[in-house]
Design a protein around this ligand. Structure first.
Ligand code: NAD
Ligand code: MG
Length: 395
């Protein structure tokens, strides 16, 4: 029996995680679930899955959450705030933590789980993009096991040899990691019409159902850029070891190409319950509720090279990855602000990459060696992005 905390339980990954856990009550019990808004959903989840704690990230919602807990007859204790998120991620009773808060807000609770040596199911790619070496060092020190939940990284993890040594791709005979991505909803759209892309169009992914922010990141391919950085840290790869391949059908979730000419791919229907179940049960396999892939249903199975004119954010992220920690932290922060402004209807789709680039160009590079410095760079880049948007796009 594993005791699990689900950070970001009300989100897309969080709901899928609870769905898989609910299929195996004899294997998993919940210690805590957390959410930001959506208190009704959080209390419904508490009612159904009976965790010991329900954590509301926003302290201002504490009283309302307590009232709702009574109304929903929830037995769990209600906690609130940032420290409570870290506490339920690192409590001694917890075996595994699903890190599924979106964005930089997930950094501290995810790190708390890593430092406490938990089995960390990492969906919150932004945490790793922001803190890279510090995150990996903390896992090495505590003995935390990081299991990639992002479907691509989960696929790569499944395609690597069992004796793979972190950072040593050559000794495993690996030629390249092939990171696949669908190309999003605008893969074939006329480039001259990008400025008129609506929020609804950008919020509709052809293959995956996901949270709002990652859906926009998938449309700009910033998501693939963040995943490029994530893959470098997860496997100790260098930028030159990874190639992005556009695969519109999202059947192959990524591949590893070996020096003998073999390519090992992981496939399946696009359903996040597969990597979640793999992360929960590894090294075993459990039923995830995912329908089997039926090859006779696959009409097209195609691949392309991504075009940086269409996806400038992908290029920015690959360049930032080569540049180092300061650049990737700033890019992630700038992008969160730019996406937020796009979703609020204040800037255009094209402007997201322009804001990101302008932030990276406006700030001189510095060395970051601590979480404190990372948080400072995150704040600096957010402030700069906000200034740039006010000055350049909203005047
Ligand atoms: P989502 O927006 O659906 O859910 C986000 C969760 O985080 C919610 O529970 C929300 O309440 C919580 N949250 C939001 N802001 C918060 C804050 N300030 N403090 C604390 N909690 C906060 O997002 P999602 O699509 O489930 O994605 C979650 C993470 O998983 C992201 O990092 C994303 O990149 C990654 N991921 C998602 C998918 C997917 O299929 N959805 C796939 C791969 C990776
Ligand atoms: Mg992914």
């Amino acid at each position: 029996m594993q005791t699990v905390t689900v950070l970001g339980a009300t989100g897309s990954i969080g709901c899928n995680t609870l769905d898989v856990i609910g299929r195996h009550p004899e294997k998993y019990r919940l210690f805590a679930i957390t959410g930001y808004g959506q208190l009704e959903l959080l209390m419904e989840q508490a009612q159904q899955y009976a965790p010991r704690y329900v954590v509301v990230a926003d302290e201002a919602l504490y009283e309302k959450a307590c009232e709702l807990a009574q109304q929903y007859k929830v037995d769990a204790e209600v906690l609130c705030g940032s420290q409570a998120l870290q506490d339920v991620a690192s409590a001694p009773e917890v075996d595994a933590v699903m890190a599924a808060i979106v964005g930089a807000a997930g950094l501290l609770p995810t790190l708390a789980a890593v430092k406490a040596g938990k089995r960390v199911l990492l969906a919150n790619k932004e945490a790793l993009v922001m803190s890279g070496a510090l995150f990996i060092d903390a896992a090495n020190q505590s003995g935390a096991k990081i299991l990639p939940i992002d479907s691509e990284h989960n696929a790569i993890f499944q395609c690597l040899p069992q004796d793979f040594v972190y950072g040593d791709l050559a000794s495993s005979g690996i030629h390249k990691i092939l990171l696949t991505g669908s190309g999003g909803p605008f893969r074939e759209r006329d480039l001259s019409t990008f400025s008129s892309i609506t929020i609804d169009e950008a919020s509709t992914h052809p293959n995956w159902s996901m949270g709002r922010k990652i859906t926009i990141d998938s449309a700009t391919m910033m998501n693939k850029g963040l995943e490029f950085i994530e893959a470098c840290w997860l496997f100790g790869a260098k930028a030159g070891d990874i190639e992005v391949v556009v695969h519109p059908q999202s059947i192959i979730h990524s591949m590893v190409q070996y020096i003998d000419g073999s390519v090992i791919a992981q496939m399946g229907n696009p359903d996040m319950r597969t990597p979640i179940a793999y992360g929960l049960a590894h090294p075993q396999r459990i039923d995830a509720g995912v329908s089997p892939l039926n090859f006779s249903d696959i009409v097209n199975f195609s691949f392309q090279t991504p075009c940086f004119t269409r996806y400038p954010n992908l290029k920015l992220a690959i360049d930032a990855c080569k540049d180092g920690q300061c650049a990737t932290t700033r890019l992630n922060a700038a992008n969160e602000i730019a996406v937020e402004h796009f979703l609020d209807g204040r800037i255009q789709f094209n402007d997201i990459a322009l804001v990101n680039e302008a932030v990276l160009n406006a700030l001189p590079s510095v060395t970051v060696n601590s979480i404190q410095q990372i948080l400072e760079q995150d704040s600096l880049a957010r402030a700069k992005a906000t200034d740039i948007i006010r000055g350049k796009f909203l005047c």
